[in-house]
Design a binder for this molecule. Sequence first.
Ligand SMILES: Cc1ncc(COP(=O)(O)O)c(C=O)c1O
Length: 425
Amino acid sequence: MTLLEKDKKYVWHPFTQAQIAPEPIPVVKAEGIWLYAEDDKAYIDANSSWWTTLHGHCHPYIMDKMSQQLKKLDHTIFAGATHPGAVEAAERVVNLLSGNYSKAFFSDNGSTSVEVALKMVYQYWFNKGEQKKRFLAIQGSYHGDTFGAMSVGQRGYFNKPFEHLFFEVDFIPFPTESNIDEVVSLTEELLSTGEFAGFIFEPLVQGAAGMRIYQPEWLNKLVDIAKQHDVLTIADEVMTGFYRTGTVFAMDQIQHQSDIVCLSKGLTGGVMALGMTVTTAQIFEAFLGENMDNAFLHGHSFTANPIACSAICASLDLLEKEETRQKVNKIGEMHRDFCLKVKDHPGFRSAKSIGTILSLEIEVNEDSSYFETDMRTAAYNYFIANELLIRPLGNVIFVNPPYCITEGELEKVYHHILEFVNGKT
Ligand SMILES: Cc1ncc(COP(=O)(O)O)c(C=O)c1O
């Protein structure tokens, strides 16, 4: 049996309708920005493999650090034990975040980093003996696929079968130039009830909603209201962290800091599955006590896996280099220039960028939605035929490449996007 035949026989793929899905790409090798298929075809990984890869695939420095770690310590229980990699990773991430953070809690992925944050918020108020049960979130948000994460995410097509199981969440509209005053008053009205435990948001960009970008000053205002009313804030930086928005963290672009930060994806340079939930001493201390009553009784078997922690530290070594900042700035500059270039192009409804993320909404007849399947499939297939792996979100084509992409390679990406849109219009 071929790889694809076996795959069809044994594997259930994520976000896929197996009955109608085209064959998956049989990826057997990766290097830098390139994914190589079994038949030697190569694809530019223009969305960084679900927005994870920062420095490029199989970066020799990260691979080397991980293989050194593999020879020393593969895994260890993390309750009642610790190891140097976890301690170094926690220290470095806590100190990399601007703000008054103090502790890092490890888990396995983005959804669990959010799940942990939600549980911390609820238990914080529980431990303090306060009745705060409601949560605030922003319409269109995506925080993952576990139950808590789904509860605070956009309700609808993706999670309909589970909706009756979600906890109570109030959603404010996605802030825009035209509604920001109303969003601010609604937030004030809701949070002033004193019933809200927490407010969760994707800072500056809603990823899965179609890379929707909003202004730092609006977020600052919303966080400000939460702080005034003693509502704990969770910045879900799972997608935005580690330079995706041009600054190390998206929250670096606002004055306030959140009480909790969720990290994953680029945390390990996109090499290993790991999640981290970082919080302040104030929150940590609410879980202390002489017995287990107040303790945070949560954990995963692979919490703080040493190989994954070695990937974090290696990725941070690269991230802290001036060269990385320059690459990020260059990608940002090229994205901005491209947006200017297509500003008046009739094929684009909007062209926006923030940091290394370029978001292009393609003109289609109906209102934009995730299931603009014709456009989405046509675009996806067109890009694949041109050695480009881009998974549009509905009618939004977006590019968030590994930082090692060269100017020439990025020009090639723009060229094919323009060619596709020109062919369409
Ligand atoms: C902002 C945000 N939060 C959480 C998640 C969930 O992460 P994971 O897919 O690792 O569970 C994602 C995934 O795309 C995300 O974009």
